[in-house]
Design a protein around this ligand. Sequence first.
Ligand code: SAH
Length: 227
Amino acid sequence: MNLRMRLQPEAIGTGMTSQRVRDRLVERLRENGIRDERVLNAIRTVPRHMFVDEALATRAYEDTALPIGHGQTISQPWVVAKMTEALFDEGKTPAKVLEVGTGSGYQAAILAALGLEVHTVERIGELLRTARKRFRQLGMNIRSKHDDGRIGWPENGPFDAIVVTAAAPALVDALTVQLAPGGTLVAPVGGPSSQSLLKLTKDADGVVTQQSLAPVVFVPLLSGMID
Ligand code: SAH
């Protein structure tokens, strides 16, 4: 075997997760309307290939959702960027965020990279354990718990921002209650075939307003917990 052939597999592996490949994803997000440089920078910095199975690592910087096991998916980068950007709209700088649906841990890592204090809840124990390993490897101090996230995390609230990464037929009241005045909640709302990414803001007096950001496809928000 000549040297070139021997080096090739490794060279491809490195190439597909290289900085150049990540920059290309960021350019694509920019072309598709993501404007917040802080968010684009977080996407550039956080190694998405660490949040998927090794066999899928070469596809980690495509703008697409990928399977993470248990019938769940790591969200599409554009959707992660869009949701994250919404939290920083109107000059807001949230400090404390709750995520419902840890999944791979990627969205939580993006929020942590932006300097937020992240609290995340996942109902599938095995996914949470894997995500926690990734947080440790990256030296990220993210608070997480194994629970049904539809009840939020009342002891740790209120939160300046809440990100729900699984779809429900309607906004969950318990979560809206845990949103601080001046805060922003983003959540996919709808059935399996048609969902809308909703942004809810609560003003200083507690009055809420709602707008639709984009059509999206998320896995469903389910009740109960499993190991
Ligand atoms: N934010 C994730 C997306 C994962 S997909 C990421 O970046 O990878 C949505 C996740 O929500 C799945 O892991 C699913 O198990 C979880 N989920 C669904 N219903 C839930 C609930 N009631 N409480 C907590 N997590 C839930």
